[in-house]
Design a protein around this ligand. Structure first.
Ligand SMILES: C[S@@+](CC[C@H](N)C(=O)[O-])C[C@H]1O[C@@H](n2cnc3c(N)ncnc32)[C@H](O)[C@@H]1O
Length: 261
């Protein structure tokens, strides 16, 4: 294995796609737990493997790039948009497009219509928003998904942008005011990365509404009581300065709309 160091980990091919701040953060957390550099390196690699385990594979990323091109040159139809969103597990579960439209109609019915959204731990969700003419600023630790969203802006003129940043690091959340901030399928995942992270992230958001969602089915489609589990989780993590303005379930996702009080 040779010498281990943060610099080596940052340069490793395996974690090239992950935000460098995440690698530094995880390394720093591991140096607090372990003394020997080899133990730090092993623990950091294990933690990073857990965080990046659900990243897009290179083959999936290529398919998204092709599907985006097909959308751009083929008339920008909903069928082609669906083909893009179908390539990422999280957006796939909200399809078909009419169901996704209905989901956002339900959200905006409570928050009021907005033309500018902050999308945290966004995946490729801003592609849907941009295609519907909603300005979106995404934040994610995957350089690949951030690249897709910025390509959607730069090459196809869509009103979206994304920043590669780690929500558990300082200054990752834009300091601007938004009407609506999305945290779709993100809070428990952030809390697993660091205890207390869900509260820290929600506390740092400057938005009238936070819309948080939770999966209610396993990736295999089974219903194993996840809705009840996450309802309890949300009750225990509700920020003091927010009240529940809405709560509803779709086929496989539980949504909470949290309003500033
Ligand atoms: C389950 S996916 C959800 C994607 C999107 N919110 C959706 O529901 O369509 C989780 C996303 O969170 C991102 N992520 C994980 N840890 C993060 C962190 N610490 N900071 C920012 N993004 C993170 C991942 O790269 C991934 O794109």
């Amino acid at each position: 294995m040779g010498e281990v160091s943060l610099e080596k980990l940052l340069q490793s091919k395996k974690y090239r796609d992950v935000c460098p701040d995440t690698v530094r953060r995880v390394w720093g957390e591991c140096t607090k737990k372990y003394k020997k550099p080899k133990d730090v390196d092993k623990a950091a690699r294990e933690a990073l493997h857990g965080i990046t385990g659900a990243f897009l594979t290179p083959a999936e990323a290529r398919e998204i790039a092709w599907a985006m091109q097909a959308w751009a040159v083929g008339g920008r139809t909903d069928a082609q948009l669906e083909n893009v969103l179908n390539k990422h597990a999280s957006t796939r579960e909200r399809l078909p497009i009419p169901e996704m439209d209905a989901l956002y109609a339900r959200i905006f019915e409570i928050t009021g219509k907005t033309d500018r959204v902050l999308d945290l731990a966004c995946g490729i969700n801003p592609i849907y928003l941009g295609a519907r003419g909603i300005k979106a600023t995404g934040v994610d630790i995957s350089q690949t998904v951030v690249g897709f969203i910025n390509t959607f802006r730069d090459s196809y003129g869509m009103p979206v942008e994304a920043i590669c940043a780690d929500l558990l690091c300082p200054d990752a959340i834009p300091r601007e005011r938004f009407d609506v901030a999305l945290l779709f399928k993100a809070l428990p995942l952030l809390e697993r990365q660091r205890s207390g992270a869900a509260a820290d992230v929600m506390g740092a958001i400057d938005a009238k509404y936070i819309v948080a969602s939770f999966p209610t089915r396993t990736l295999g489609g089974r219903n194993v009581g996840m809705a009840a589990h996450y309802a309890e989780w949300m009750a225990g993590h509700l920020p003091r300065d927010r009240a529940v303005a809405g709560r509803f379930e779709t086929g496989n996702e539980l949504f909470y709309i949290l309003k500033e009080i």
